[in-house]
Write a protein that binds this ligand. Sequence first.
Ligand code: SF4
Length: 231
Amino acid sequence: MTEDVPGAILQRDGTSYAIVPRTPSGVVKPEELERIAHVARKYRIPVIKMTSGQRMVLVGMKREEIPAIWKDLGMTVGQATAPCVHYVQACPGTETCKYGVQDSLGLGLEIERMYLELDLPAKVKIGVSGCPRCCGESYVRDIGIFGSRKGWTLLFGGNSAGRPRIGNLVARDLSREDAIDLTRRLLEYYRDHGKPRERTARFMERVGFEAIKSDVLRYAPYIRLDDIPPE
Ligand code: SF4
């Protein structure tokens, strides 16, 4: 996937482009849906596809139309190739789900807002779930967070791609503030020690969980190292 036009991705036919408007945690307003529908008709965009990251990708536009399409949409660009947080997917949690025990949607939106601009070695996907059923795919995201009645559990280094990996359990029973703080500490450690284009799954395989314990968790005042299971 290449991005020779800012905010657009060249498709496999080598001539048409796709764009991904930012829809934090998959939440959209009626006005945004109306603008997307208007743009799709106006520019005859042939495909609108929901992605696994709770975003809509608009596929099949001409290169010269892209600036006008973004102007008409009035939405910000959802990152698709840059090395940074691409998205935070979140399940409904206590907002609407009968099984929810924590506010996953609120936490997901807050984390995306706080860490979207952070430069990182590679793309990062974050999944937040409102209960241990993990509909936000928390175990296979670079950072995964899920709620229980006691608070938030945090995982790091998961991946669902061709070399899947279950994230390491980093901490349990965190408050919302501590989950946000630990997310920052892990992202900053990865930013400072990851190799270019090294996803967190490969990063964890290289540095090992003991490094996370001694370099990150030891300095987080709310972590009890004895409670963390061995790798
Ligand atoms: S993870 Fe739990 S709270 Fe979230 S949608 Fe699934 S069942 Fe509902």
